[in-house]
Design a protein around this ligand. Sequence first.
Ligand code: M6R
Length: 590
Amino acid sequence: MCGIIGYAGLVGGAAERVYEGLLRLEYRGYDSAGISVLGEGGITTIKRSGRVSCLEKAARELGGNIAIGHTRWATHGAPSDVNAHPHNCGVFSVVHNGIIENYSELKEELAAQGKKCVSETDSEVVALLADSLYCGDPLAAVAAAVRRLRGSFALAVLCSGFNGFIAVRQKSPVAIGVSSGAYFAASDVPALPDEAEDVYFLEDGDIAVVTPEGIAFYDSALNGQKRISCRILRGQFTADKGGYAHFMEKETAEDARTVRDTAEAFLRSADVGGIANLLKGADEIIITGCGTAYNAGLIARRYFEEALCRRVSVEIASELRYYPPPSGKNTLVIAVSQSGETADTVEATLRLREGGASVIAVTNCGYSAITRIAHMVVPVCAGAEICVAATKSYMGQLAALYLISRCTGDVAAAAEELEGVAEKLEEVLSQEERAVALSELFAVSFAVFFLGRGLDYDAAVEASLKLKEVSYIFSDAYPSGELKHGTLALVDENTSSLIIICQPQTAKKSVSAVHEVLCRGGEVAVLTTLPDVARELEDFLPVWLLPPVEPRLAPFLCAAALQRTAYLTAVRLGRNPDKPRNLAKSVTVE
Ligand code: M6R
């Protein structure tokens, strides 16, 4: 959801360093990009609609010691050169991630003073506002402007004549990495260069003044603040394809490793007794998240219900934030988020916490907004996930949630089960010819339906999301019992249905769904862990038989199989699975 970069160094090459950072940050948005560099004659800006790479030549020529940059995911105004950041006014140049909610009124106010926006963005008002408040002190002007802004924003601001940049955080993340002789700000840690091992994470409301000589932190009233840096293990955050064609391929190949690392970290560091007390003491348990994280919650709900013998709800965070339960007291919220920065998940969780709820965060990013809200953090150990489509992080979320659900019982035994799952995931990913065959079927389909019952349905929901977001094929998931209540009307020879059958107690019902689709002329394929089902169906339709596994753990295997299939389908159709159109990795705006 847009990425910002700032660089202040003792030696030149600032534009190039910012350009390299933008390449690493491009997964946050990729419709336009730009860089501003501070020079002796003032600020030079280059910005273009298109990918970051269109800035390469100019960035290599610009040099400088101080620079800021931006990669955009459009919210206000179409992707175009003029809407690309940085936005400049007077002595200021600004890059912004987030949404300025009161931009219309500010625009009107500034227009009345003769300061007119040239772009359609909400962001440009920040530059105009800072310039209108400028009396020779850039920090005072930026702080005064920030006090007028409503919404979410991470900013990096250059001011002509000031040898540094100013970074601001309000609900959108900013990390500042330190290496010898240089400071580097970015929306996400993977965009920081490897040598920047010590990292400051700005708090909401922070304003940081970054120069080649050091950093100073302030609140919006310009009171000095003390911030402590963390040492980041770079290996965990490398944004490198490691020889794979795409990040999605690499990250899917890390599914098994993620399950193992997440289980190992849980056994090593989780407060099992504390979690058990929260689970036992809560009147209500709500799992929340968005997209894939929500889908992990769907699976987890069954784990919790089975382990605790009680009802548990799963809520889409963008709904929950506006429609919370009547009583927040004695509620346990389990907030799931890869990035830990998803605006809806953060806001929904915050709202419930303010109403008295306890919060467990399940996240892949230990220094994120959600961790600051949570009473307890359970890490997902996926490492940097660069592909917009969540793959290994979903595996890690499933593993973490499974272990949390077992905290009132035998956690060590559950971790052992996950080791078994990890071995089987490797086996699934070696069944390449099955994934290829399925991708061939999907690639020629007008629409793909994913069907299943119980946990198989929950697995279908995530499989459908994965396929549609990377291949652009229309897809939806249904409980197979719902077919004849409407969806069957869509089935014809141009549609495919993938029926997941891994739950023995409803296997026969799902086999009936196979026949219902087949006799209406639809293409059908089956994904199963049950050898009997495979034997019954394999003579007349494609069947992918996965390794046998405890039925409740089958969603892990289905996810790996269908992540790989979605990837192959996207590549077959010439899509870039790492950067699906219109999407971005971290959804830090509403
Ligand atoms: O960072 P989060 O886990 O909070 O992100 C939630 C969703 O935005 C994310 O899972 C999204 O749905 C992915 N593109 C799915 O692949």
